[in-house]
Design a protein around this ligand. Structure first.
Ligand code: PLP
Length: 376
């Protein structure tokens, strides 16, 4: 099996699986006052500390959620609840994941003025354009770090730090899902007040994630109830999933730079193999994460090719997994022509991806080019 759909989800690592098991065995409710509760609470604290250390922030700034979708919804609606009555402008980009884009669409329906910055003709979002769109009436700026469809890296630190210099009260939110554990991310340099993270994109379990909330920022919660997570996120903590998340972070946070170098070598090989093939184009080659690449295979519809490859045990995605066959608005924002979009595949790496995987992928694509072209 060659699995190259890691931007959709990753295979949990052994450390994460062991963490989930540990969290199942330590079955107490972290809120209980007795020893069983305390043992569970210790596991949650340990995971919180690991995530905080990886980001260079305080453990008390990390709040567990059910995943990045909940983190981003909490960030965006929380910002609206705290400041949206007095201020009306939200600044974002046109290439955000739906977990950010849909809540912001909802703010627009609620009466906010939303400014969406598009990439330029080279697929680049300009930090200046984002910062210049912020005015006195702005309460929220939301901008992702790594685009999940093309791998484009956005100039978040530059934009957010410029914004905070002029407007210190504007709340900045960054979806770091595709950058976490892949690029070196520190909360201080990123300049984000709020950061969304997801465990299942970093070889952890599905159904858990975190929201970083900068100390001093008071955000209203969306879920009310038992007051867990310091009232930010009521509901009994999913100790097994949180514990698995923490173990994945401990496992991968030590050698981010080395893995990044290996991923860059794999990306260079992927580009080389695409060029050798002659019928494959790379859709975005600007400043990007090597872990995600969008390619186009001339004349072969994405879904047909995806299922052809699947029969050979090769798993990739057509555009974004979240779009489930719908045309991707994000790829259009990168000025990828409609006919090219129909033939687009997303190739995404994990720490386990090998050169052999990429050679296997290319053999599969070449076979499809020969076989499917003959049928035309
Ligand atoms: N943001 C980005 C960039 C993503 O790629 C994804 C998942 O596809 C999400 C947010 C949503 O994450 P989760 O599945 O944890 O809700």
């Amino acid at each position: 099996m060659i699995y190259l759909d890691n931007a959709a989800t990753t295979k949990p690592c052994e450390a994460a699986k062991a963490g989930v098991m540990k969290g199942l065995e330590v079955f107490g409710n972290p809120s209980s006052l007795h020893r069983c509760g305390l043992d569970a609470e210790l596991l949650v604290t340990d995971a919180r500390t690991a995530i905080a250390e990886s980001l260079g922030c305080l453990a008390e700034e990390i709040f567990f959620t059910s995943g990045a979708t909940e983190s981003s919804n909490t960030a965006i609606f929380g910002a609206y609840k705290s400041q949206g009555k007095r201020k009306h402008r939200v600044v974002t980009t046109t290439i955000e994941h739906p977990a950010t884009a849909r809540p912001i669409d909802e703010l627009e329906r609620l009466g906010c003025e939303v400014i969406r910055i598009s990439p330029d003709e080279n697929g680049v979002i300009s930090a200046e354009a984002v910062a210049d769109a912020v005015n006195e009436d702005t309460f929220l700026v939301s901008m992702m770090l790594v685009n999940n469809e093309t791998g484009a890296i956005l100039p978040v630190s530059k934009a957010f730090n410029a914004i905070h210099r002029r407007f210190p009260k504007v709340i900045t939110h960054c979806d770091c899902v595709q950058g976490y554990m892949k690029l070196p991310i520190k909360t201080k340099t990123l300049g984000a007040d709020l950061i969304s993270l997801s465990a299942h994109k970093i070889c952890g379990p599905k159904g858990t994630g975190a929201l970083f909330i900068r100390k001093g920022l008071h955000l209203p919660s969306l879920l009310m109830g038992g007051g867990q997570e310091k009232n930010m996120r009521s509901g009994t903590e999913s100790v097994p999933l949180i514990c698995g998340f923490g173990e994945a972070v401990k496992h991968y946070s030590q050698n981010i730079a080395e893995r990044l170098e290996s991923a860059k070598k794999l990306e260079a090989l992927l580009f080389e193999l695409c060029e050798k093939n002659g019928g494959i184009g790379v859709n975005f080659r600007g400043e990007k994460s090597p872990y995600v690449t969008s390619i186009t295979v001339d004349g072969l519809k994405s879904e047909v090719l995806l299922h052809y490859l699947e029969k050979r045990g090769i798993f990739v995605s057509s555009g974004s997994a979240c779009s489930k066959g719908k045309k991707s608005g994000v790829l259009a924002e990168f000025r990828i022509p409609v006919q090219v979009m129909d033939t687009t595949l997303r190739i995404s790496f994990s720490p386990d991806t090998t050169e052999e995987d990429l050679r296997g992928l290319m053999e599969g694509i070449s076979a499809a080019q020969n076989e499917l072209a003959r049928l035309k």
